[in-house]
Write a protein that binds this ligand. Structure first.
Ligand code: BG6
Length: 488
């Protein structure tokens, strides 16, 4: 690791993400000895804060969101790293102060990570203003160059067109290799484990294709409703908020070809190929839903047609997956919080045993339990002792048993560290973002303007979504299956 100081400038430090995730993640990496030795964290915001206000804020954030790892002595070493710089994001002249503040820390020779944890409408201003003052320029000799990187939170664009123009703005200032677009799902241990499971083992690859797999299901269900986020959510809806990013990322990890190496280029080349091979989704293969009471939430338009639930059937037109349905569903206000991928295998070609379960319930299924109760389950048919009948049983791996000693780090902990270390493997490349928008844009547009689009369905809070989502699978004689659930 270079001995230059590293400065992390968090734009939007007064916001929710910084308080709940970024400050605790930096602190956790710090106490694990993973941060660079000479680290400075500069909070950037519009408020009239001082260094002392930021330090208080960070202290509170750790007490509330990192209580289990908070320790006075570590805090005493952490807090001198913190300072505050006031910037009015759209105003170019205020960046001179920021530049002055950052240069004062290191004579301008540090490594710098700019973290944009701000409303997306300010991304362009910040990027252009950093560019105008040469703050994206990397320098130093070839032997020990200093780097400049930028982390950009989701949403990256509102649709394909805005994502493309944001990419252009970004690339007018930063090279792609300096850009780290976040999808926090890729920082989740169990999402990363999809790659390990597939490519550190030999037993799955031979069956990981259309000859053996009947269908793949990705469920991302949340129990929370729109809460206090209506201002943002009512403009976005589930397709932009969850499907364009988190669900399509999970899908690409499941469906990608084996990369030749575990590095950013090799990995992302394969992921983007999956997205590019997705067949245009027909509207009849989509379901949209809104939970009862959504329109009464504070900040939601009384006639809002924003979906809080969606289910899709999608196909990937390549040799591995041709004509195998990938079902994706996600919703708010659902019965249980669970993110899981269920890979359903085909039935034995000739059944010689009596089964206690029938239909899809008797299929072998590999379940990747992303959260909570992280793990992997394999459903197999087994002989019931003393009877000539088979019953479906689960072989289960639970992280809290298998890795007792290890804490599961927060996704942000991994991602911030990777950005500091220059490993972009778990970040989204510009072409990937655009390919994902290309899949969801026509659905969102079709729902808004095509009279033949399936109508909005209502669903009860605390359910698994509208019945139409079940019917979508029934057409192919499939059913949504769930494993990984807390019983009761
Ligand atoms: C965010 C969405 O990206 O992911 C939220 O904006 C959603 O609406 C959240 O609640 C879910 O993340 P997690 O990690 O709780 O599954």
């Amino acid at each position: 690791m270079s001995d230059r100081p590293t400065v992390i400038a968090i734009f939007g430090v007064t916001g929710d993400l910084a308080r709940r995730k970024l400050i605790p993640s930096l602190y956790s990496n710090f106490i694990k000895g993973r941060t660079p030795e000479r680290l400075r964290i500069v909070g950037v915001g519009r408020r009239e804060w001082t260094d002392a206000t930021l330090i208080d804020h960070a202290h509170q954030s750790l007490r509330n969101h990192a209580a289990a790892i908070y320790a006075e002595r570590a805090w005493d070493r952490f807090r001198p790293m913190l300072s505050y710089s006031k910037v009015n994001l759209p105003q170019p002249e205020t960046y001179r102060t920021l530049k002055g503040d950052l240069d004062a820390l290191d004579n301008g020779c540090s490594n710098r990570l700019y973290y944009l944890s701000i409303a997306p409408e300010f991304y362009q201003d910040v990027i252009c203003n950093l560019g105008a003052l040469g703050m994206a320029r990397e320098n130093g000799g070839a032997a020990n160059p200093s780097w400049r990187r930028i982390v950009i939170e989701k949403p990256f664009g509102y649709n394909m067109e805005t994502a493309q123009s944001l990419n252009q703005v970004v690339h007018s200032v930063f090279k792609e290799s300096q850009v780290y677009r976040i999808d926090h799902y890729l920082g989740k241990e169990t999402a990363q484990n999809i790659l390990f499971m597939r490519f550190a083992n030999t037993i799955f690859e031979p069956v990981w294709n259309r000859s053996h797999i009947s269908n793949v299901q990705v469920t991302v269900a949340e129990t929370v409703d729109v809460g206090t986020r209506a201002g943002y959510y009512d403009r976005s809806g589930v397709m932009r908020d969850m499907v364009q990013n988190h669900l399509l990322q999970l899908l690409s990890l499941i469906a990608m070809e084996p990369p030749s190496a575990f590095d950013a280029d090799a990995l992302r080349n394969e992921k983007v190929k999956v997205l590019q091979a997705a067949r245009a989704v027909r509207l009849e293969n989509t379901v949209r839903g809104q939970y009862d009471g959504y329109r009464r939430a504070d900040g939601v338009a009384p006639d809002s047609i924003t979906p809080t639930f969606s289910a899709l059937k999608l196909f990937i037109d390549n040799w591995r997956w041709k004509d195998i349905p990938f079902y994706l569903r996600s919703g708010k206000a659902m019965r249980q919080k669970t993110t899981q991928v269920n890979i359903q295998f085909k039935r034995p070609p000739n059944s010689i045993f009596e089964l206690t379960e029938t239909g899809d319930h008797s299929r072998n299924m590999l379940s990747i339990c992303i959260q909570p109760d992280e793990g992997i389950h394999l459903t197999i048919e087994a002989k019931i002792p003393d009877r000539q009948i088979a019953k479906s049983v689960d072989m289960e791996l639970h992280y809290d048993n298998a890795f007792k000693a290890e804490d599961l780090p927060d996704a942000y902990e991994r991602l911030i560290l990777d950005a500091i270390n220059g490993d972009a493997a778990l970040f989204i490349r510009g072409d990937e973002i655009e390919s994902a928008w290309k899949i969801v844009d026509p659905i969102i547009e079709g729902w808004a303007s095509d009279p033949s689009a399936p109508p909005m369905q209502r669903y009860a809070k605390g359910s698994w979504g509208p019945a139409a989502a079940d019917e979508l699978l029934e057409r192919e004689e499939h059913i949504w299956r769930l494993s990984c659930l807390h019983q009761g």
